[in-house]
Design a protein around this ligand. Structure first.
Ligand SMILES: C[S@@+](CC[C@H](N)C(=O)[O-])C[C@H]1O[C@@H](n2cnc3c(N)ncnc32)[C@H](O)[C@@H]1O
Length: 284
């Protein structure tokens, strides 16, 4: 367990607040405008494009994109299914969905709904969907329950593709933030659940328990450098990967925390962040 997680668990106990998705919803709403132009999108989006190339498509297939965001993957999948196919994107952030709807406004086969991914899956009939994807979104829900539902909903032989951060992702930032939170725990307001798998082994177990077969499962990583505290803080204020962190801070203490982060990063001459994540393609 990382230091940040220990601090978060302790703070959760202290604050004893009910957990829900509101923080993610609000934080992703603030990420929406700059989401597709951020450097992080280009970097991580490449892995989304790679994994989508590994899938098999046919005209008329029925697909679901969980946590579709601005519709990056939904658009690619949509290009394969033809006008008699269907791709449904589910997301909880209306601002992200607005961009997705605009992106695919001319498509008859793409539809978007503002709905939690687990609830959306529970509404689907068993053995009814050919492909389910969840890119950079599964960790904001309950991965084991989602995977079990994916297995129920997919047709026999249906495909699933997931890209999900592990708990070690951005550990450099976790360490830095932990240092600040240890000395200033009362800057925290409300801590949302973080359900990133701890490693490939625990994820494999979840996939097995869900009854899905593994076609590819591996760990991947990539790095993003920030030469100054200013650059890092400006990224943290709007970036998707920092969704949940912003909302976890008391509104009137956010500037204080960001000032501290800026100071520490400037003192060490910049910071390099490592995204660590799992790349999974499976079938039912
Ligand atoms: C990092 S973004 C990824 C978006 C998109 N899949 C992509 O690859 O660009 C995560 C998305 O998951 C959505 N999300 C978070 N929790 C969710 C939930 N419980 N149900 C559905 N969507 C959720 C967020 O609103 C956000 O748009």
């Amino acid at each position: 367990m990382t230091l940040l997680q220990k601090v978060i668990i302790l703070a959760n106990k202290l604050l004893s607040r009910r957990r829900d998705k509101e923080i993610y919803r609000k934080d992703f709403d603030t990420s929406a405008e700059e989401y597709d132009t951020a450097i992080t999108r280009k970097m991580l989006g490449k892995f989304t494009e790679d994994i989508l190339k590994e899938l098999e498509y046919r005209r008329g297939m029925r697909c679901i994109d969980l946590g579709c965001g601005t519709g990056h993957a939904t658009e690619i999948i949509n290009s394969h299914v033809g006008s008699n196919g269907l791709v449904i994107g589910y997301d909880i952030s209306e601002s992200m969905l607005e961009i997705a709807r605009e992106r695919l406004k001319n498509s008859l086969s793409a539809k978007f709904f503002n709905k939690d991914m687990l609830l959306a899956l529970r509404e689907q009939e068993a053995d009814s969907v050919d492909l389910i994807t969840a890119f950079w979104a599964l960790g904001y829900s309950e991965p084991n329950k989602v995977l079990r539902e994916v297995s129920r909903v997919l047709v026999p032989g249906g495909q699933v593709a997931v890209l999900v951060n592990t708990q070690e992702s951005l550990c450099e930032l976790q360490k830095l933030v932990s240092k600040i939170l240890i000395w200033h725990p009362f800057v925290l307001n409300y801590i949302p659940p973080i359900n990133f798998p701890s490693n490939i082994r625990s994820f494999r177990l979840m996939v097995d328990k869900a009854g899905l077969k593994i076609k590819s499962l591996r760990e991947e990583s990539c790095e993003q450098s920030f030469d100054s505290g200013e650059l890092l803080v400006s990224w943290m204020k709007t970036s998707g990967p920092c969704a949940g962190f912003r909302g976890a801070l008391k509104e009137n203490r956010r500037d204080f925390v960001f000032d501290k982060i800026r100071e520490i990063v400037n003192h060490s001459g910049g910071i390099r962040l490592t995204f660590r994540f799992l790349y999974f393609v499976g079938t039912k």
